[in-house]
Design a binder for this molecule. Structure first.
Ligand SMILES: NC(=O)c1ccc[n+]([C@@H]2O[C@H](COP(=O)([O-])OP(=O)(O)OC[C@H]3O[C@@H](n4cnc5c(N)ncnc54)[C@H](OP(=O)(O)O)[C@@H]3O)[C@@H](O)[C@H]2O)c1
Length: 429
């Protein structure tokens, strides 16, 4: 189709929407050259029209009525950067039903309603592009869909939440306790006023859902993912982990094993020599293993106006190419099946445990017996310090079934010599 101008409608002009506006404006010449067509922002929907918007010179572009974008027949691509669930779900469905292509940065939405919305896109012979929903500016979705598509992906491990990585970096490099590091992340704009979704692991779980669905060609539900956040990680655990040669990171891990998929988000000890251990502050990275390509790591800024806007604009250009060439975009996601999920109890891992026990002869032997009875073998057991007849003990297990490990922990809890179990973390080698 000889379309000289592709018209887009933006839903939202907050952090990401403003980044998109800025990139499309400042790089308009380059974008036009690469596409062979102009991208014109035809309308922008916001919630509050009274808010000052220094970026937008033509106030007539703004509206507080979503229909002014969705019902405009001239708009080819709807770019959803308003966030939230139900309104965004409705808006994207309406846009597709009116024959528009859709670009979104909304991970909560794609993790929970992606399959439903992609089905509408397929029926309408349109597509939804969502590169910005995982890892902000880092290309992850398209490499999984295209460049790595011929591989069987064995494992995918990511640091995909900048807020928690920033907090854990401050704790490990500057000896800050969790609360102080969170307050600093909020002051610097890396954490939201309500940080629950980040620090409790849900933001990472939404992104794991999206990545793992593509990596393993499976329809994944949020209930399939085991989710633990970083609120219980103590500075003391970070110190002890460092002494043992590990860093603690919030990892989102997806693996395809013979009996199904293992999907989890939890704070994890990883060797300091692992490439993910070097990912600091608000940076994100995804490390994956394909049977043909081997190990690949993608690294960059996982949030922010321009990095996220970069991914959104890449998607806008992809949609524009589809419109210009009138190609019917094959929707890969429609080929997904549902693969079995391995229960947490059946999964294997090494574990780090910090506990307090009575400082008296025979306690180490009792501990070793409790683990031995549950078929859990110990790699290391170290007495850290003793205060008022209470010894602090750190131990690391070999690779064990989670069910066996939990059985050992239950028998420890029942032992008179054990005063408290203060920390349990998984270890990845
Ligand atoms: N921030 C990041 O770095 C980042 C990174 C990756 C992905 N994302 C995702 O991108 C999306 C947007 O995030 P953000 O940080 O840009 O959010 P934000 O700064 O809060 O901006 C939201 C924008 O949407 C508008 N809006 C909200 N509800 C609306 C409605 N019902 N009708 C019309 N306009 C509405 C708001 O209008 P007003 O301006 O009038 O309030 C605002 O302009 C979210 O899904 C988020 O998860 C964000």
């Amino acid at each position: 189709m000889k379309k000289e101008t592709i018209k887009i409608g933006l839903l939202g002009l907050g952090t990401v929407g403003s980044g998109v506006y800025q990139i499309l404006t400042q790089n308009s010449k380059d974008i036009e050259r690469k596409l062979g067509a102009k991208i014109e922002i035809k309308r922008i929907a916001v919630r509050n029209l009274a808010k000052p918007r220094a970026l937008v010179t033509d106030q007539k572009l703004l509206t507080d009525n979503l229909d002014h974008v969705l019902l405009d027949p001239e708009i080819d691509i709807v770019v959803e950067t308003m966030g939230g669930l139900e309104e965004a779900r409705w808006a994207i469905a309406s846009a597709l039903e009116r024959g528009k292509f859709v670009v979104t940065a909304n991970k909560d939405l794609m993790a929970q309603y992606g399959i439903e919305l992609l089905k509408i896109a397929k029926e309408q012979e349109r597509n939804i592009y969502y590169e910005a929903s995982v890892g902000g500016g880092i290309p992850i979705i398209r490499p999984l869909k295209n460049c790595l598509a011929a591989n069987r992906i064995v494992k995918i491990m990511g640091i995909i939440n900048g807020t928690t990585n920033y907090i854990l970096t401050k704790m490990s490099c500057e000896n800050m306790e969790f609360e102080a590091a969170l307050a600093e992340a909020q002051a610097k704009g890396f954490a939201e006023a309500n940080p629950a979704s980040d620090i409790e692991g849900w933001d990472a779980a939404y992104k794991l859902n999206i990545m793992a669905s593509l990596a393993f060609s499976s329809r994944i539900k949020m209930d399939d993912i085991h989710v633990e956040g970083i609120t219980e990680v103590k500075l003391r655990d970070i110190r002890y982990a460092q002494e043992l040669g590990y860093a603690i990171k919030l990892l989102a891990i997806g693996e395809e094993k013979q009996n199904g998929l293992s999907l989890r988000v939890h704070p994890t000890l990883i060797p300091q020599s692992h490439p993910l251990a070097a990912v600091k502050n608000e940076f994100n990275a995804v490390f994956l293993e394909g049977d043909a390509v081997g190990e690949v790591m993608l690294y960059g800024r996982g949030a922010g106006a321009l990095p996220t806007g970069s991914a959104v604009c890449g998607d806008i250009m992809e949609a524009a190419r589809a419109i210009k060439k009138e190609v019917q975009n094959g929707i890969l996601e429609a080929t997904f099946t549902e693969k079995p999920i391995i229960s947490l109890a059946a999964q294997s891992s090494r574990f780090y445990v910090r506990l307090k026990a009575k400082d008296e002869p025979g306690v180490f032997a009792q501990l070793a017996a409790a683990f031995g009875n549950a078929d859990v073998s110990l790699d290391r057991i170290i007495q850290k310090r003793s205060v008022e007849k209470t010894a602090e003990i750190v131990l690391v297990t070999h690779d064990v079934k989670e069910g066996n490990f939990m059985q050992a922990i239950s028998s420890l809890r029942a032992m008179e010599a054990i005063r408290s179990i203060n920390s349990i973390l998984r270890v990845v080698e």
